[in-house]
Design a protein around this ligand. Structure first.
Ligand code: NAD
Ligand code: ZN
Length: 359
């Protein structure tokens, strides 16, 4: 079966394009209970961007601190219930922030029109009704959450996305000025998520001319941003990173991620590591699977003087390593892509445990 996906309906790109939001939203304000729910990364509270939000009297603004934890099903259910009870169904949801905020916006837009807990809908095409209008504004680039058809949520049982056509944003505003304030370490880890998306998308059986074209261009941009003569957080590189993130996301959508993301999910689920950082922790040890990619990744680490911790596994119990390996093993589609249809003959729980023991 070939992958047949919905894209974002509208995308605007350019420095200062954030200020188009008011006119974009004005066409939408007559739907449902005629107000907009703004979900904004807490970093922007009391900053200039808060004053630039096109908020009207009837709107609801929620600032969310994403650092304590990645988005949870409980958080989505509570937010939805609070807004529904006090104000009804919004005309639209706007998410302004990184992958965490964008996933919260995507998930909550679906949960306004689907009954019960979001835990019921973790998986592919389980959502029953289209969600409400939702608009995404990335403020840190790399995860590709702005373009993907999933809203990743950690629930009591699983870390899995609400994944369907209706998850995809109706509108995305790509304004590279918004990522200028990202601290260097986060700029590195989140950007590396894009790099790893491309390396994994390229190296596996599902890669094809379509996914390859996006990965090739995204990798070219990543190399300019992280290894080129003008490497670093410059305005020009911020323009490039926003585009690279989106293209990396499109590449993996039409191909698949692989070994690193499987291991990363285990690290996030059992040890609560953040997605992009967890990918970096794992990727440095995957030279058997991605020799060229890991070599280049290490050049990028060195160029930006980023050092990743070593010897982590010494602190982990065998039970913890087994639990992480189980999470990773269960991501069959990633192993299938990375290793091949006979992956179960080559990869066992023990193989995966040994990979964690390298960390
Ligand atoms: P994030 O949203 O978790 O934010 C990371 C940090 O950067 C936070 O401290 C935030 O406050 C800060 N930040 C954001 N913008 C900033 C700015 N402009 N200036 C200063 N600080 C800023 O970061 P992320 O790495 O983009 O997202 C990670 C999340 O994305 C995880 O929950 C992961 O599961 C999810 N994810 C989703 C997809 C998808 O396709 N939906 C893909 C990969 C990851
Ligand atoms: Zn990723």
């Amino acid at each position: 079966m070939h992958k047949n996906f919905k894209n974002i309906e509208k995308v605007v790109f350019g420095r200062g394009s954030f200020d188009m939001m008011d006119s974009i939203l004005s066409e939408r304000r007559t739907d449902n209970a005629r107000f907009i729910l703004f979900i904004v990364d807490d970093f922007f509270r009391s900053k200039e961007l808060e004053r630039r939000l096109p908020v009207r009297d009837e709107d609801v603004v929620r600032f969310i601190d994403v650092d304590p934890q990645e988005p949870t099903t409980e958080q989505i259910d509570t937010l939805r219930d609070e807004v529904l009870v006090s104000r009804g169904i919004p005309a639209g949801v706007v998410g302004i922030g990184g992958g965490s905020i964008m996933d919260i916006a995507k998930a909550v837009s679906l949960m306004f029109t689907n009954e019960g807990s979001s835990t019921l809908y973790q998986g592919l095409n389980l959502i029953k009704n289209p969600g409400i209008y939702h608009l995404g504004v990335p403020t840190i680039s790399g995860t590709g959450a702005e373009v993907s058809m999933t809203a990743v949520l950690t629930g009591p049982e699983k870390k899995l996305g609400l994944k369907c056509d209706w998850t995809v944003f109706n509108q995305v505003i790509l304004d590279p000025e918004l990522i200028a304030t990202v601290p260097t370490d986060k700029w590195f880890y989140t950007g590396m998520d894009t790099y790893i998306h491309c390396i994994e998308s390229e190296n596996g059986i599902l890669n094809n001319a379509y996914s390859h074209a996006y990965a090739e261009q995204s990798l070219k941009l990543c190399r300019e941003i992280y290894l080129g003569d003008s490497a670093g957080q410059t305005p020009e590189n911020n323009d490039k990173l926003m585009v690279a993130s989106m293209m990396g996301g499109l590449s993996l959508t039409y191909s698949e991620v692989g070994v690193c993301h499987a291991l990363s999910y285990g690290l996030s689920k059992i040890h609560g590591e953040k997605h992009c950082y967890a990918n970096c922790l794992a990727f440095q040890h995957l030279e058997d699977y991605y020799p060229e990619g890991v070599k280049e990744f290490k050049q990028m680490l060195a160029k930006h003087k980023v050092s990743l911790p070593q010897g982590l596994s010494k602190e982990w119990s065998d039970d913890e390593i087994t639990a992480m390996a189980q999470v990773a093993y269960n991501l069959h589609h990633m192993w299938n892509h990375a290793i091949g249809t006979d992956w179960q003959e080559k990869i066992s729980l023990d193989t995966i445990k040994k990979l964690y023991e390298r960390m």
